[in-house]
Design a protein around this ligand. Structure first.
Ligand SMILES: [Zn+2]
Length: 229
C-alpha cells in the first residue's frame, strides 16, 4: 500500500541525515495521502542505514497503525494532530538540528532579519508556550501538536511552515514530505544566520514589512512571480 509515498518518506528521512540535521535516530519525517487519509511515517529507533521502504509504518489520522510490523515514530500523535489541523499540508518533519533547537531551548522566536527568511516565512519562526506538567504527563506528543496548533491560530501554515516547540526543537511542514525536509534545512540555516546576526549586532532589528512582503509574496500566493511556475 502507498508504495510511492513509502519511498518518498524513506528518501526524506535519509535526506535529513545527508543534510546533517540528525544524530543517531533522532528526528522523523512523515507524508500524508489526503485521498486515503493515511500517514506514512518512519519506524521508531531503526538505524537509518538499515531502513527500507517496507519498514515505513502506515497509520490513519487518529494515529492507529493500519500497516507495518514495526512501531511508528513516537512523535506520530504530533504529526497527525498537525495534518488534521492544517488541511493544506502533506508532510511533517521533526529534527533536533543544532541551531534551530538552540532557539527553541532559549524559548525565543527567530526574528525575520533578512530576505532569505522572508522568502519562506511571512514573519518570525514562532515559538510555543511551554507545556504544562499536566500536558507533559498525559498525551504528551498529542499535546505538543496542540501547542503548535494554538500558536498557529491566525497564521497560514504555508506562510509559516515551521514552529519551535519551547524547550524542545522545531517541527516543520510543507505540501509534501519532500517540501517539509526543504523547510527543515532552511529553518536550520535561518536559525544559524539569526544567531550570527545578533552576535555581530545585538541590536539588529527585523527587516521592514515592505521588504518582507516583497520577498514573501513574490514566491507565495496569487501574485507570485518567482521561478518558472
Ligand atoms: Zn523531538
Amino acid at each position: 500500500m502507498l508504495a510511492a509515498l513509502r519511498a518518498e518518506v524513506l528518501e526524506a528521512n535519509l535526506e535529513l541525515v545527508r543534510r546533517g540535521l540528525l544524530l543517531y535516530t533522532f528526528g522523523n519525517a512523515s507524508g500524508l495521502s489526503r485521498e486515503q487519509g493515511l500517514v506514512v511515517i518512519k519506524p521508531s529507533g531503526v538505524p537509518y542505514e538499515k531502513m527500507t521502504p517496507a519498514d515505513m509504518v502506515i497509520a490513519d489520522l487518529d494515529g492507529r497503525v493500519v500497516e507495518g510490523s514495526l512501531r511508528p515514530s513516537s512523535d506520530l500523535p504530533t504529526h497527525v494532530a498537525l495534518y488534521r489541523a492544517f488541511p493544506s499540508i502533506g508532510g511533517v518533519v521533526h529534527t533536533h538540528s543544532r541551531h534551530a533547537t538552540a532557539w527553541a531551548q532559549a524559548c525565543r522566536e527567530i526574528p525575520c532579519f533578512g530576505t532569505t527568511h522572508a522568502d519562506y516565512f511571512h514573519g518570525p519562526v514562532p515559538v510555543t508556550e511551554p507545556l504544562t506538567p499536566a500536558e507533559i504527563e498525559s498525551g504528551y506528543e498529542a499535546n505538543t501538536g496542540m501547542a503548535i496548533i494554538r500558536l498557529m491560530e491566525g497564521r497560514d501554515p504555508l506562510g509559516c511552515p515551521a514552529a519551535l516547540v519551547a524547550g524542545h526543537a522545531p517541527f516543520c511542514w510543507g505540501e509534501s514530505v519532500t517540501e517539509a525536509v526543504h523547510t527543515a534545512v532552511i529553518v536550520e540555516e535561518l536559525a544559524a544566520m539569526a544567531s550570527e546576526t545578533l552576535a555581530i549586532n545585538p541590536a539588529a532589528a527585523p527587516i521592514s514589512h515592505a521588504l518582507r512582503d516583497r520577498h514573501h509574496f513574490r514566491k507565495h500566493g496569487p501574485g507570485a512571480y518567482y521561478g518558472q511556475k
